[in-house]
Design a protein around this ligand. Structure first.
Ligand code: PRP
Length: 234
């Protein structure tokens, strides 16, 4: 069956470590990407799959939300950290994929934390990729947050004197530890979600809704398999 370009759906997936966790779900939903998709050296950005109506693009996690919000991609995988930062009304995030578990936290140098009391802050200066979430979080308790926007390697900011605190994702905590930082507050727990463009779901309900159902079934099967493995382990 050939599918014309206008009938194709584009699914935006985040580069990096989440991609490895997405792959089993993608395969369980019946989407097998072309070989080059797993080749980190490939300069290709757009990939065919075993499904004639689905194409994949590999972009930065923040850009997944932008592609889906503007309808350039109809489906995507995106963390709730990114969804909270942008708060795009055009994005519908109906399914928690139960992958990409981490948290968005405030961190500072261990030496500062020993004598610091976050309850006494009235103004904080933080380096972050999440200025909107950070300001909203602190404003809710009357703290004014001055954000310095960085796109990565936030953990360098306190050591180099850019500012004393950061707001960033923490998974294992290894990056904080390696840079002499400690987590002082958790702003939000984060997981990856399946996201869809609301207009696409309305105009192509069978096609988009069909993929939503397949991913829901894939997540349910993964949850059952995890529970089975846990039980077997005692
Ligand atoms: C994320 C995050 C931290 C790190 C935390 O960066 O920004 O730097 O992971 O993980 P850990 O607690 O397990 O050490 P990532 O490696 O995803 O790259 P990025 O900085 O390009 O976002």
């Amino acid at each position: 069956m050939s599918v014309s370009d206008s009938n194709k759906l584009v699914m935006a997936l985040p580069k990096g470590r989440i991609l490895k966790e997405v792959m089993p779900l993608l395969l369980a939903a019946g989407i097998e990407p072309e070989k080059e998709f797993s080749d980190d050296n490939s300069r290709k950005l757009r990939f065919a799959t075993s499904q004639p109506d689905i194409e994949l693009i590999r972009v930065r996690s923040f850009d997944v939300a932008t592609f889906v919000a503007f309808g350039a991609a109809q489906l995507g995988v995106c963390g709730n950290d990114v969804l909270m930062e942008f708060d795009f009304p055009e994005i519908y995030a109906p399914l928690d994929l139960d992958i990409g578990h981490c948290r968005l936290s405030v961190a500072e140098p261990a030496s500062l934390s020993a004598s610091d009391d976050p309850k006494r802050w009235s103004h904080v200066r933080v380096a972050t990729k999440y200025p909107h979430v950070t300001q909203t979080y602190f404003a809710a308790r009357g703290v004014q947050a001055e954000c310095i926007k960085l796109n990565g390697a936030m953990e360098l900011a306190p050591t180099l004197g850019l500012c004393r605190r950061i707001v960033d994702l923490v998974s294992t905590g290894a990056t904080l530890k390696a840079n002499g930082l400690v987590e002082v507050e958790v702003i939000a727990q984060v997981t990856s979600r399946l996201v869809v463009n609301r207009a696409a779901l309305k105009t192509r309900p069978i096609q988009v809704g069909g993929w939503l159902e397949k991913f829901t079934a894939a997540v349910e099967a993964a949850t059952a398999a995890k529970a089975g493995a846990k039980k077997a382990a005692g």
